[in-house]
Design a protein around this ligand. Structure first.
Ligand code: DX5
Ligand code: ZN
Length: 214
């Protein structure tokens, strides 16, 4: 059986207690911590940025999975890399320089992720095959936690698995104990979960159930 990674999103964390929140995720068995960076332009919301990533890096040792929802992310790649991101994912819709952005991430020694919003076909990533380590399929419109899973994402995950058999497939948005099995059956390797982990009474059980429900 292939390994499933669970990457809880701190977008639903209590930011006043971010150190304890991140340590609690690490202790509860999270594989990675998913950090949602929003610029108020690419998405209609603003969240955290470089100094916060830098602080989180000092609290935990597990990889930081940084999801950039930012226009022309190439401008910030080096700073996020230096702040301690391990995987840097950018949106194909946010840039006219996807190849350069992927190469800039790689040049910093980081893993490259490339993401598509719900209305963007995964085929749009074909020209960049070989330049990324992970595809992030958004299963909600990016910008907010706690939205409903878009069910057509399942076919998109299958298609991504066919087109890009050698990269990790991450899925983000609306994943919980009811939606996770079809996502994993379709071929996802990395499960992002905001509310389903952060608001759970027992985070360890929530993470384990997301990893094992298949
Ligand atoms: C949305 C973010 C997600 C979000 C997921 O733009 O990219 O990572 O935090 O939250 P849930 O799992 O609650 O949908
Ligand atoms: Zn995200």
């Amino acid at each position: 059986m292939r390994k499933i990674f669970v990457s809880p999103s701190i977008l639903s964390a209590d930011f006043a207690r971010l150190e304890q929140e991140c340590k609690s995720l690490e202790k509860s068995g999270a594989d990675w911590i998913h950090c949602d960076v929003m610029d108020g332009n690419f998405v209609p919301n603003i969240s955290i940025g470089i100094p916060v990533i830098n602080s989180i890096r000092k609290c935990v040792v597990i990889p930081l999975d940084v999801h950039l929802m930012v226009d022309e992310p190439i401008r910030y790649v080096k700073q996020f890399a230096e702040a301690g991101a391990n995987i840097i994912t950018f949106h194909i819709e946010a840039t006219t320089q996807a190849e350069k952005t992927a190469n800039a991430i790689r040049a910093c020694g980081k893993k490259v992720g490339i993401s598509v919003k719900p209305d963007t076909p995964v085929e749009d990533l074909l020209p960049y095959k070989g330049l990324f380590d992970m595809v992030l399929i958004m299963s909600v419109e990016p910008g907010f936690g706690g939205q409903k899973f878009i069910s057509s994402s399942v076919d998109k995950i299958k298609r991504a698995r066919e087109l890009f058999p050698d990269v990790l497939i991450e899925v983000d948005g609306g994943i919980n104990q009811n939606t996770v099995s079809e996502v994993i059956s379709a071929g996802a390797d990395v499960i992002v979960a905001g509310n389903a982990v952060m608001l759970a009474k027992n985070r360890k059980e929530a993470i384990e159930s997301l990893r094992n429900l298949r």
